[in-house]
Design a protein around this ligand. Structure first.
Ligand code: 0RA
Length: 638
C-alpha cells in the first residue's frame, strides 16, 4: 500500500516535469494570474525576481530592464549567471533545466532568501512557456553561452559563443500573442514594481528603459538609504513631526528584519510590510510583532518620562499608529504565505524576532532623540483623547445598523431582492440625478442612494468628524458592513457598489472623495472587488432618427466618421441630470449594455500616492497630478 502510493506519487511528479510547460500553456492563468495585462506584466516580474534573488544573495548589483520596440523585453543582470554544467539526472545543462522544467528554479545553489509566494517564484520556465521566443545568454567561468527557445521548447543547443570576464544573465523574450490578449507593457506599472524592489534592496541599481515610441525613456532606481528613502517617498508632501526617520535593523542566522518609521501630522496609518520583497498586503506575523513592539515601547517611554499620568491609562495600538508611515521588511528562508491572496506571512517565530528587535532599537532611538520622542507621544495622547469622542459617534452608527432595515437611511431607495450577491447599489451624485436613477432602475435588484454635494474629505478630517457626517453615515448603514476594525464583509447588503457621478471635474472630485473613503475605511471592499465606477456617455449622436452614444471624444469622432456625409446631430450631456430615465438605463444602468469599471487596488503603495496626491494638503503636487492625468480617466483602475 505504502509502496504503491510512493510509486504513484513519483509517476505523477515525473509526468508534471515532462508535461509541465504544456500545462502552463493550457492554463496560463494558474501560473501568472491572467492572460490580460496583469499576467503579461508578471512575466517581467518573474524574470526580474530571479535577478533580485542574486542580489539578495549578494552577487548582483545592476539590473537593466528594456522594453524593446518589437514588444519583447530584455532583462540583464550581473549575477553569477545560471549554471551551465550538465545535471546528470536530466542529461541536460542546468540552463536548459531552469528554462524548461517547472519549479526547477531554486533546486541548486541553495542558501540565501528566495523570492517566493503568491504568483512569485513560479520560475523562468513559466516565462519561457508563455513566450513566442526566448533567448538566453549567460556569462560564467570566463565564457559566454547562448541558447534559444520557442514556446518553451529548445530550438538550439547551449552553445559557447565567446569569452568574457563578466558574469551574469541576459533573458530576452517576446510574450506569445497566442496566449495573451494584452501585449502592451505599461512603463508606469513596471516602474512601480522596480522602484519598490530598489527601495527594499538599498544600493541595488535598477534601470528601466523604454525603446518603444518616438521618445525613448530611461529611469534609474537606486536608493542608498533603502527603506528609509521609501518612507521619505511615502511621506512626500505630508507634514512630518519627526526630524529623523527611525531605522531599526536586526539579523539572526536565518532571517533579517528592517523597519523604517516616520510620523506625519495626519490621522491615517500606513504600514507596508514585505517578506523577501513581496508586498504582504494581508500582513502576518511580522506585522503583529511590529505593532506589539510599537505600542509597548511608546507606552513604556511615556510612562517612564512622566508624559502620561497613571489615571489616564495606557495608549492603545490605534493611538500610537495615528499618522504613522512605516515599512517593515523581512528577509528569511522558507517563508510561509497564507491567506486569500497568499500575502500573509505565517511563520510564527517571526513575530517574536521582529518584536524584540523593534523593542530594543526603538527605545534606544527615543532615549537618544527626546525632541522627536516628545512629539510622537503627544500625537498619540491627542489621538487617545479624540478616540473617546470618535467611539461615541461610532457607537451611534453601530446601534443604527443593528436595527437593520428600520434604520436604513431615509433617502435610500432599496431593492426588493434580499440576496446580497444579486444586489447592487448606485451611489449617485445629486438629488436630481438620484431621482432619474430611481425611475430608471430595475427595482428588484438595484438600490439607489442619492448623495448631496461633496462628501467629507477623510484624508483631512479625523475619525470623529467622519463618523458624524450624515452622508457617510448613510453610506455605511446602507452598505451594512461597518468600518475599520468593525468591518465585516459578510454583512454587505450588496455585492456591487457603483459610484455614478457626472462626467465633469466636480464628478471626478466626488468620485475621488468616495474612493478615498472606501480605501481608508473599507479597504477590503475594494480588495474584494465590490466597488465599481459607472461610465455615463458624454454624447448622443443622432443620424436619421437613430441614436447611438459616445463615451469619449475619440468615440465621438469615430462615430461621426462612420456616418460620413450624413447629417449628424450631437448632444453633449453635461451631467447625469440631462439624461432622461430611459437614456440613463440603456447607457449606464442596464447590466446588458452598461460599461462598469471595477476598482481594484493591486498596489496599496500606488493607491496611497494617488489618493494622497489628490486629497492631501499639498496643493502643488495635486495640481501637477491632475494636469498630467487630465485626459486619462483610466487612472481609477489602479
Ligand atoms: C539557478 C541557480 C543559480 C542561479 C540562477 C539559477 C539564476 C537564474 C537567473 C535568471 C535570471 N538571472 C538569473 N541569475 C541566476 C545559482 C548559481 C550559483 O550557485 O552559482
Amino acid at each position: 500500500m505504502e509502496e504503491k502510493d510512493v510509486e504513484q506519487a513519483y509517476d505523477a511528479k515525473s509526468i508534471t516535469v515532462l508535461d509541465g510547460l504544456e500545462a502552463v500553456r493550457k492554463r496560463p492563468g494558474m501560473y501568472v494570474g491572467s492572460t490580460g495585462a496583469r499576467g503579461l506584466h508578471h512575466l517581467v516580474y518573474e524574470v526580474v525576481d530571479n535577478s533580485i534573488d542574486e542580489a539578495m544573495a549578494g552577487h548582483c548589483t545592476h539590473i537593466l530592464v528594456t522594453l524593446e520596440e518589437d514588444g519583447s523585453v530584455t532583462v540583464v543582470d550581473d549575477g553569477r549567471g545560471i549554471p551551465v554544467g550538465e545535471i546528470a539526472r536530466f542529461k541536460k545543462s542546468a540552463v536548459e533545466v531552469v528554462l524548461t522544467m517547472l519549479h526547477a528554479g531554486g533546486k541548486f545553489g541553495g542558501g540565501g532568501y528566495r523570492v517566493a509566494g503568491g504568483l512569485h517564484g513560479v520560475g523562468v520556465s513559466v516565462v519561457n512557456a508563455l513566450s513566442e521566443w526566448l533567448d538566453i545568454e549567460v556569462g560564467r567561468d570566463g565564457k559566454v553561452y547562448r541558447q534559444s527557445f520557442a514556446r518553451g521548447k529548445a530550438t538550439s543547443k547551449l552553445e559557447e559563443v565567446g569569452k568574457t570576464k563578466k558574469t551574469g544573465t541576459i533573458v530576452h523574450f517576446k510574450p506569445d500573442a497566442k496566449i495573451f490578449e494584452e501585449l502592451e507593457f505599461r512603463f508606469d506599472t513596471i516602474a512601480q514594481r522596480l522602484r519598490e524592489v530598489a527601495y527594499l534592496n538599498g544600493g541595488l541599481e535598477i534601470v528601466l528603459e523604454d525603446r518603444r515610441g518616438t521618445e525613448p525613456r530611461k529611469e534609474t532606481y537606486r536608493y542608498k538609504g533603502g527603506i528609509q528613502d521609501f518612507v521619505r517617498f511615502l511621506n512626500t508632501g505630508k507634514e512630518t513631526i519627526q526630524r529623523r526617520i527611525i531605522f531599526v535593523g536586526g539579523k539572526r542566522e536565518d532571517a533579517e528584519v528592517e523597519v523604517a518609521i516616520q510620523y506625519n501630522n495626519g490621522y491615517i496609518d500606513n504600514i507596508f510590510t514585505f517578506t523577501n520583497n513581496i508586498n504582504t498586503h494581508e500582513g502576518g506575523t511580522h506585522l503583529v510583532g511590529f505593532k506589539a513592539a510599537l505600542t509597548r515601547t511608546i507606552n513604556d517611554y511615556a510612562r517612564g518620562h512622566g508624559l502620561v499620568k497613571e489615571k489616564e491609562g495606557s495608549l492603545s495600538g490605534e493611538d500610537v499608529r495615528e499618522g504613522l508611515t512605516a515599512v517593515v521588511s523581512v528577509k528569511m528562508r522558507e517563508p510561509q504565505f497564507e491567506g486569500q491572496t497568499k500575502t500573509r506571512l505565517g511563520n510564527p517565530d517571526i513575530k517574536g524576532f521582529v518584536e524584540s528587535t523593534v523593542n530594543a532599537r526603538l527605545s534606544e532611538f527615543l532615549e537618544e532623540n527626546p525632541g522627536d520622542a516628545k512629539n510622537l507621544v503627544n500625537k498619540a495622547l491627542t489621538a487617545s483623547r479624540a478616540r473617546s469622542a470618535a467611539r461615541q459617534a461610532r457607537e451611534l452608527v453601530r446601534r443604527q445598523s443593528v436595527l437593520e432595515s428600520s434604520s436604513l437611511p431615509g433617502k435610500l431607495a432599496d431593492c426588493s431582492i434580499r440576496d446580497p450577491s444579486l444586489c447592487e447599489i448606485y451611489l449617485v451624485e445629486g438629488d436630481s440625478a438620484g431621482g432619474s436613477a430611481k425611475q430608471a432602475r430595475d427595482r428588484s435588484f438595484q438600490a439607489i442612494l442619492p448623495l448631496r454635494g461633496k462628501i467629507l474629505n477623510v484624508e483631512k478630517a479625523g475619525p470623529s468628524r467622519v463618523y458624524s457626517s450624515q452622508e457617510i453615515q448613510a453610506i455605511i448603514t446602507a452598505l451594512g458592513t461597518n468600518v475599520r476594525d468593525d468591518f465585516d464583509i459578510t454583512r454587505a447588503r450588496y455585492h456591487k457598489a457603483i459610484i455614478m457621478t457626472d462626467a465633469d471635474v466636480d464628478g471626478a472630485h466626488i468620485r475621488t472623495l468616495l474612493l478615498t473613503f472606501f480605501y481608508r475605511y473599507m479597504p477590503d471592499l475594494i480588495e474584494q472587488g465590490y466597488i465599481y465606477v459607472a461610465q455615463p456617455p458624454l454624447y448622443r449622436v443622432t443620424v436619421s432618427k437613430k441614436s447611438t452614444y459616445a463615451y469619449d471624444d475619440e468615440e465621438l469622432e469615430r462615430t461621426l466618421k462612420e456616418n460620413g456625409d450624413r447629417k449628424a446631430q450631437v448632444q453633449r450631456f453635461k451631467g447625469l441630470g440631462e439624461m432622461n430615465p430611459e437614456q440613463l438605463w440603456e447607457t449606464t444602468m442596464d447590466p446588458q449594455r452598461r460599461n462598469l469599471l471595477q476598482v481594484n487596488i493591486d498596489d496599496a503603495v500606488a493607491a496611497d500616492r494617488v489618493f494622497y496626491t489628490l486629497m492631501g494638503n499639498d496643493v502643488e503636487s495635486r495640481r501637477n497630478f491632475i494636469q498630467e492625468r487630465a485626459h486619462d480617466v483610466r487612472f481609477l483602475d489602479i
